[in-house]
Write a protein that binds this ligand. Structure first.
Ligand SMILES: *Cc1c(COP(=O)(O)O)cnc(C)c1O
Length: 425
């Protein structure tokens, strides 16, 4: 497998783009290898500029549940662009997308469309603060909610792979308003509530953690958060940027039957174009301008092309309900992984929910950030590189989630398992 053109183009890009990438995880730093430069993608496959083909388990970080370049999406995008790419005013695709989202998420009474998950979470936290008149927020170690100042404290995803305690550039005074609890450990939340109860504006959580690898919530954990938020009159926020439309049409809140006050969506909802959504209780959402005092805006928010792509993907999901099939195929893959690793006596923990999974190189169950970070990241890097050479693209970090799309077929699963088998030999 040659990567000479990728290497050449990446090296050249480093002269104009910081680190040669527009999002740090693409630099493959955590697995110590040269990044890929992609030429095109179709279905379950990515093709790099050296014409190597990869079975893609990144799928644009979970955004592409229908796989790459699915015709229902590309057609709707092409059709939309004929009528213009942006109006700076309202249009019908936005209304249609909003209706489809509301139907799938009963907790969302009103919503706003924005341009990224980061923007959605940033605005949601501001809204929670404006609504409650309080400043402090509780977030969980290893959960990632985009890169706004308040939320970059002990965040997962790419932040987990760089040796900084959060990030430079966030004033200590802002970080001090972010209180950190341990995922799946309700006692750590209770301690914070005891000390700061009346100052806490919101509890923000990934209901299924997916930015320290996949970590499902323990039984009762989300319900306890609901109870505590009610007790202290704080806003409960579910960040479903990954889990929304991924684990079920109604996301993790449907799966676990917990109603948050506010929800963020992103990734899948844009059909591969930049998007974010936040919404929830009418009473809280009406605090936003032009109805209320909390300011939030966006030149390209609700963009008609993005909204058309979103409508296409949601309609497809609603009509075809691919979830049980996706789940079954992922279970087959995971069962294969388990068997191969067991036979080779390699300690792994495989966490899975629906079409999301992570292979942790660890002896012990992974339930939070501390147990996730005990994994053997060097071994993961070796595994990643082996799989890449075999034409299988896993997330380039132990702390990212792998995703299947409906384009991943049985023969892709077979090929993936053969590559794992070869790794253990
Ligand atoms: C990806 C992600 C975000 C940020 O979304 P961007 O579109 O990358 O800004 C926020 N929250 C979660 C849970 C995510 O996975």
């Amino acid at each position: 497998m040659a990567l000479s053109l990728s290497k050449k183009k990446y090296t050249k890009a480093c002269r104009s783009i910081v680190g040669g990438v527009n999002s740090p995880v693409r630099a493959f730093t955590a697995v110590g290898t040269e990044p890929l430069v992609i030429e095109k993608a179709k279905g379950a496959y990515l093709y790099d500029v050296d014409s190597n083909r990869y079975i893609d388990y990144i799928t644009s970080w979970g955004a592409l549940i229908l796989g790459h370049a699915r015709s229902v999406i590309t057609k709707s995008i092409n059709k939309a662009t004929v009528n213009g790419t942006s109006y700076g005013l309202s249009s019908e695709p936005e209304y249609e997308l909003a209706e489809l989202i509301k139907k799938a998420f009963p907790s969302i009474e009103l919503l706003r469309l924005v341009n990224s998950g980061t923007e959605a979470t940033m605005s949601t936290v501001r809204l929670a603060r404006g609504y409650t008149g309080r400043n402090k927020i509780i977030k969980f170690e290893g959960c990632y909610h985009g890169h706004s100042d308040s939320l970059l404290v002990k965040a997962g995803s790419g932040v987990a792979t760089f040796s900084v305690p959060g990030t430079a550039g966030v004033p200590a005074s802002i970080a001090a308003e972010t209180l950190i609890a341990s995922y799946n450990d309700i006692e750590t939340v209770r301690l914070l509530v005891k000390k700061y109860g009346k100052d806490i504006a919101c509890i923000i959580v990934e209901p299924i953690a997916a930015n320290m690898g996949v970590i499902p919530p323990k039984k009762g954990f989300l319900q306890e958060l609901r109870n505590i938020a009610d007790q202290i009159k704080a806003v409960l926020i579910f960040d479903e940027v990954i889990s929304g439309f991924r684990v079920a049409l109604g996301g993790a809140q449907k799966l676990y039957n917990i109603k948050p006050d506010l929800t963020m969506l992103g990734k899948i909802v844009g059909g591969g174009l930049p998007v974010g959504v936040f919404g929830g209780k009418r009473e809280i959402m009406e605090y936003l301008t032009p109805l209320g005092p909390v300011y939030q805006a966006g030149t390209l928010s609700g963009n008609p092309v993005v909204a058309s792509a979103g409508v296409a993907v949601l309609k497809y999901l609603i009509q075809n309900k691919p979830y049980s099939k996706l789940n079954k195929r992922t279970c087959e893959l995971i069962a294969g992984f388990r068997e191969v690793f067991q036979r080779a006596n390699i300690d792994v923990q495989i966490n899975q929910i629906g079409s999301m999974f992570t292979v942790f190189f660890s002896k012990d169950t992974v339930t939070d950030y501390v147990t996730a970070s005990q994994s053997d990241t060097l071994k993961y890097a070796v595994f990643f590189k082996h799989m890449l050479k075999s034409g299988v693209l896993l997330p380039p970090s132990q702390f990212e989630t792998a995703f299947l799309s409906i384009a991943h077929a049985d023969h892709d699963i077979q090929k993936t398992l053969e590559a794992v088998e070869a790794f253990t030999r």
